[in-house]
Structures are given as structure tokens and as C-alpha cells.
Design a protein around this ligand. Structure first.
Ligand SMILES: Nc1nc2c(c(=O)[nH]1)N=C([C@H](O)[C@@H](O)CO)CN2
Length: 125
């Protein structure tokens, strides 16, 4: 019997550094961002094979995000998040992802500010 598979792989609290921000002081040095990512896909093949090649490898995804941050120089978190989401959807067998990026160090009176986007793969993932 076939079931609809809606499984999740997540990365929580991934700490990265990148050049990001609107203001002049933010253009001078990389700053810390924290990424939370929820990725949906079908994990049943990996459950059968017990092989990391058959799943959404969260280590590979984390490396991919780190590489993007190394190279990136965006003003807005929205632009960075879009590049991250597009790259991950292109490279991994994911149907839907929700990506949250926060800046923990930018405003004095809040614990963090940031954005969250959700993107869905079109057609077969
Ligand atoms: N929705 C957003 N608002 C703001 C952003 C952003 O990336 N997305 N960025 C800034 C500044 O760069 C911020 O880091 C300094 O307050 C302001 N608002």
C-alpha cells in the first residue's frame, strides 16, 4: 500500500558568518547569523537502506549554506534566504522547505530579528 510521505529533516541554530546588511557599518565586516531550516521529503527509502545517500543529508546541506555565506554580500536577509532556498531545492530531494534567518547581534533591545520564508519545489522533487 502506498502512503503519502511527509517526512522532515531539520537543522536548528546553525551559526554562520556573512557580509549582510543595509547600513555602512554592516558592510565592513561579516556578522553572525543563525539559520533554522525545516526540509520535507520522503525518507522511507533511507529507512529501508540505512544509507545516508538515500536521505536529505543535513551535513551536506549545512556545508552548502556555509559556502553560500562565505561568498555572499547581500543587503537584505530576504536576498540571502532566496539564494539559500533555491540552491537547496535544486541540489537535494526536497518538496518543501522553511528557512529562518536571524541576526542575533544587531539590535540592543531584542534577542534577535530576522525573516522566514517557505518554498515548495515545482513538479517532482
Ligand atoms: N525585512 C528586513 N528588514 C531589515 C533588514 C533585512 O535584511 N530585512 N536589514 C536591516 C539592516 O541591515 C539591519 O541589520 C540593521 O538594523 C534593517 N531591516
Amino acid at each position: 500500500m502506498k502512503y503519502l510521505k511527509m517526512d522532515t529533516v531539520f537543522i536548528e541554530g546553525l551559526e554562520l558568518e556573512t557580509l549582510i546588511g543595509v547600513y555602512e557599518f554592516e558592510r565592513k565586516a561579516k556578522q553572525r547569523i543563525i539559520v533554522d531550516l525545516i526540509m520535507q521529503g520522503d525518507l522511507s527509502q533511507a529507512a529501508q537502506s540505512d544509507n545516508v545517500k538515500d536521505t536529505i543529508d543535513y551535513g551536506a546541506v549545512a556545508n552548502c549554506l556555509a559556502q553560500i555565506c562565505d561568498m555572499a554580500s547581500y543587503q537584505l536577509l530576504e536576498a540571502l534566504a532566496e539564494e539559500m532556498a533555491t540552491t537547496i531545492l535544486d541540489k537535494f530531494a526536497i518538496t518543501t522547505l522553511t528557512l529562518k534567518i536571524n541576526k542575533p547581534d544587531i539590535l540592543n533591545n531584542v534577542s534577535a530579528v530576522g525573516i522566514q520564508i517557505t518554498r515548495q519545489a515545482q513538479g517532482n522533487a
